[in-house]
Design a protein around this ligand. Sequence first.
Ligand SMILES: Cc1cc2nc3c(=O)[nH]c(=O)nc-3n(C[C@H](O)[C@H](O)[C@H](O)COP(=O)(O)OP(=O)(O)OC[C@H]3O[C@@H](n4cnc5c(N)ncnc54)[C@H](O)[C@@H]3O)c2cc1C
Ligand SMILES: NC(=O)c1ccc[n+]([C@@H]2O[C@H](COP(=O)([O-])OP(=O)(O)OC[C@H]3O[C@@H](n4cnc5c(N)ncnc54)[C@H](O)[C@@H]3O)[C@@H](O)[C@H]2O)c1
Length: 472
Amino acid sequence: MSDFDVIVIGAGPVGENAADRVVRGGLTVAIVERELVGGECSYWACMPTKALLRSGAALRAARQVPGAREAVTGDLDVAAVLRRRDAFASNWNDEGQVSWLESAGIPLYRGHGRITAARVVEVTGADGTTTTTLTARHAVIVATGSGALVPDIEGLRDAKPWTSRETVAAKEVPARLAIIGGGVVASEMATAFSRLGSSVTMLARDGVLHLNEPFVGEHVAVSLREKGVSVRIGAEAGSVKRNDDGTVSVILTDGEQIEADELLVAIGRTPNTQDLGLENIGLTPGAWLTVDDTMRVDGVDGWLYAAGDVNRRVLLTHQGKYQARAVGDVIVARAKGEPVDDAPWGRHAATADECAVPQVVFTDPEIASVGLTAAKAEAAGLRIRVVDYDLAATAGSALHAEGYRGHARMVVDEDRKVIVGFTLVGPDVAEMIHAATIAVAGEVPIDRLWHAVPAFPTVSEVWLRLLEAHGR
Ligand SMILES: Cc1cc2nc3c(=O)[nH]c(=O)nc-3n(C[C@H](O)[C@H](O)[C@H](O)COP(=O)(O)OP(=O)(O)OC[C@H]3O[C@@H](n4cnc5c(N)ncnc54)[C@H](O)[C@@H]3O)c2cc1C
Ligand SMILES: NC(=O)c1ccc[n+]([C@@H]2O[C@H](COP(=O)([O-])OP(=O)(O)OC[C@H]3O[C@@H](n4cnc5c(N)ncnc54)[C@H](O)[C@@H]3O)[C@@H](O)[C@H]2O)c1
């Protein structure tokens, strides 16, 4: 039996950051991890996917600039791309992150964590028999993340499809890759694998990136098709079978048959709460954990918190780490009897989750967005004005690349005269979104933004064009 002030279950990016804040606040903490310290993001998600995508993006950038273009004499070196991916996944070895935990003063318990009673976590080691019981004086934080959702399509599970994990860690590039899904994972992996030489078919039942502004999916679909990807909007898989020769057949609901060497299923996530002991504390195993703005779980009397993917607020690493800072600090404040600042935009409230979440999708072109889409702002009852601008019509974009194509949209709350949403589509727009995040989170008045002058000749000059189009 070991006592700590706080126990964190799950050492992904969110668990690590939450534990760090607790220690910095002067409390003791233990962290429990059943796989690799660093979680999905480090080994099977953000880092390796971006490594898979980056070389192709650099090559595309060089090819779009005369003078540099002529220096490009070959195609992607697939083996070198995969080696770089391996390095960014730390070769699926967590030594580096384990030593960070040690240096931060966070004891690691390797094994599967399960809540057996209020403030009690039992850890079962890899051998399945050794157990350690940990008790928390103040709080338990669940940061167990999410796994790939596999739908009930006839034959699908038996066909052993790839999820994001197998795709991201692939040792070889399949000649033909079929993808069920049209969201973020599907779009990024269609981009990566088509660049690496796969013939990709994307079964985008509900459209491509359809939860974004409508022009986003249009730009990405056009570009994927130019790369040879077969983008099948509206196509739905009815059944799947793995053939004797190892290939996969996907039979669509309209009867058409798609043949592939591998099949990626990318239709969303499911919470890692199936075997967490939630039934022991009156919660439902397998369900997302609903929390308040300080990440305290609903229906439990104050000692259980959940941060990151598992609470379903925002399934992104940076936003989960933001929640981790809030939850670590609020647990310390509550334990020490210090004031809790949980009003909107307070130190202990993850207010930005609702209205100022940035995201970059590393497709070609890149998508960078923050805040609400026009449709979501309208649904929220805001009186908005939508301002659009062709990103190719700035001097900066013309210089940046030949044949630059892109688009920018600013959504303005006309009653408060502040930006509530901003979306950019274009080559290399990823690094531009933070300016918009500051404007949205800071609720900077439009009148003041006129004084934030973009440097000439940069693509950021689109800010001036959008303001001019909006008027003062
Ligand atoms: C293919 C892909 C690409 C992505 N790319 C990006 C990106 O570019 N940018 C971005 O911001 N987000 C990206 N995401 C999302 C991002 O990966 C997640 O939002 C992030 O990993 C969530 O962090 P987390 O700590 O909540 O959970 P996780 O990273 O899932 O970590 C949870 C940890 O808890 C452990 N665990 C679970 N249950 C238990 C238990 N009972 N006992 C002990 N340990 C347990 C797991 O082993 C895991 O290590 C991507 C996701 C995918 C699938
Ligand atoms: N760059 C990034 O920020 C990044 C990259 C990858 C993943 N992620 C995160 O990972 C999470 C998971 O990504 P994802 O792409 O799996 O989910 P998603 O929610 O982005 O997209 C899932 C897509 O599948 C479709 N779909 C749902 N059920 C279906 C079915 N039965 N048949 C066909 N299509 C179906 C949905 O309409 C949607 O378009 C996302 O929430 C995202 O935040 C982020």
